[in-house]
Design a protein around this ligand. Structure first.
Ligand SMILES: *Cc1c(COP(=O)(O)O)cnc(C)c1O
Length: 228
């Protein structure tokens, strides 16, 4: 195995990033959108600090992690050296809310009253206000995190009135093996009727479709770092 050369290793991180950036730009232009309106979130879960540093050195400043503890380990030092925007894109437990508020700049996975309350409390205590997105379970999948589409409007009001939280965006992860487009369309529709501006949708396999349907940020891991 040691001398097997994997094809993806022949492409440098710079080439991968440039390739991805040009695909994002192309998708934006095809959709008659300004490429500058689409933020690339580099999904660095499971990746080493060295691989992350390569992207930081190439100028990337928005990163996504799905576990609070892993992110604390990797990012406490890096965040001192680089002015990054760190996004939590994995499920949050209420006993980790304070750690999450302390570390992350955007929490994309607010999905139940208990979490909203814990975040609100932590914000007051720490005097820090990360931006908040609600995760929507657009496929109504029983095993998946996120608010069912039918309950999002009510949950936004709860966050606002009961917790004093402003919801800046919505995020979704479409079901495996289904077309993503209807899920992105549903997320965009829920955002529109609630006056929400940010849409975090699209990953390595479907970011072009997401951009076509209004994504303001795409969360990309594999296409940047190679397979995990
Ligand atoms: C891992 C992950 C991604 C990135 O997925 P890729 O297919 O590797 O681009 C995006 N969003 C979330 C929530 C993830 O957990």
């Amino acid at each position: 195995v040691a001398n097997t050369v994997k094809k993806e290793n022949l492409i440098s991180p710079r080439q991968r990033l440039d390739g991805l950036r040009s695909l994002i730009k192309r998708a934006a232009i095809d959709a008659e959108r300004n490429p500058a309106d689409i933020e690339l979130i580099c999904v660095s879960k499971t990746q080493s600090e060295d691989r992350i540093k390569e992207l930081l050195e190439m100028g990337e400043r928005a990163f996504g992690e799905n576990r609070v503890q892993e992110a604390q380990k990797k990012w406490s030092g890096l965040k001192r050296d680089y002015d990054v925007s760190l996004h939590l894109i994995g499920p949050l437990q209420s006993n980790k809310a304070e750690d999450a508020v302390a570390l992350f700049d955007v929490i994309e996975t607010v999905d139940r009253p208990k979490i909203a309350e814990a975040i609100a409390k932590a914000m007051v205590k720490l005097g820090r206000r990360p931006k908040l997105y609600i995760e929507v379970n657009t496929g109504n999948e029983p095993q998946k995190a996120g608010v069912p589409p039918s309950q999002v409007d009510e949950f936004i009001v709860f966050c606002h009135r009961h917790c004093g939280l402003e919801i800046e965006g919505l995020m979704c992860i479409p079901p495996q093996g289904e077309q993503s487009a209807p899920h992105f369309a549903l997320l965009a529709q829920i955002a529109r009727r609630n006056g929400i501006k940010k849409l975090s949708m699209g990953m390595s396999a479907d970011f072009d479709i997401a951009i076509q349907m209004g994504a303001t940020s795409v969360r990309i891991g594999t296409a940047l770092f190679g397979p995990r």
